[in-house]
Design a protein around this ligand. Sequence first.
Ligand SMILES: [Zn+2]
Length: 273
Amino acid sequence: MNIPPYPRPSSVNDVVHFRTPTVEDGLLFCELNEEQEEQNTTQFLNHIQNLDKQGGKLNDSLYWTGEDRRTALWWIFIATQELPTAAVSYECEHCKEEHYLDVNLAELANTATAVKALPKSEITCFIAGEQVSKIKVQPLNGAACEHIETLRNIRDQYAYQSIEWRKADTEMTLTELVHCLTFPNQPSDQDEALNWKLERIKGMALDTEFRTLYAQVESELRTMRHGIMTQYKDGRFLLVSNQKNCSAAVEAGEDQSKLLLLPFRHNDFIPTL
Ligand SMILES: [Zn+2]
């Protein structure tokens, strides 16, 4: 079972070659930890590349967008599974029962989009009254996703909604935002740049400057949608799938189809023994 060459959805001329996962690969990834999903994703997507077909060069998935990475896991999964289905359940508000569905993940190809290059995006905003322009907006890459995952793990050491938890949660939200921004005059060192940007964002007026920036970034990122349809929430990617709605829900006036968010657990997608 060969995996077709994978054109990265954010940059389709960049084609990645994967080899078919072996028993040995399965052994290597036998201890997957849900808390380190993004970290494991980087390791897996790098490990499984067919370097011979790439002129000996690794195409480091750490620098792919989060969507390119998730779509790659899905790509490998549907190419290597005879029945690429995922069991999903949800609690129906109408029957008050749990509904079980087998979602054919190959169908998610309908939701996929790919581009030659992501649209360039620059925004202008106000920081503590000062106008700053030419701030580039870009989607999260693998390194950023790994970082946010680490921050979520730190946050979740605290009791849910405690002061410490909420502080860490805010830090996580702000970090996610600044990972999407490149300022024209930010320090060249990555870590320094991150702290520099965080300090600037923390100095913004909350109700005006910050909320405007947040909305601007969200709207710019929407123009850059690529890969299969996913939703990034709380440091995790979820798959968005359109499914037949329950008959009781349709009778109650809902649509024939229902949008379901499927957990995109890496242990379902990375083959293990
Ligand atoms: Zn129902």
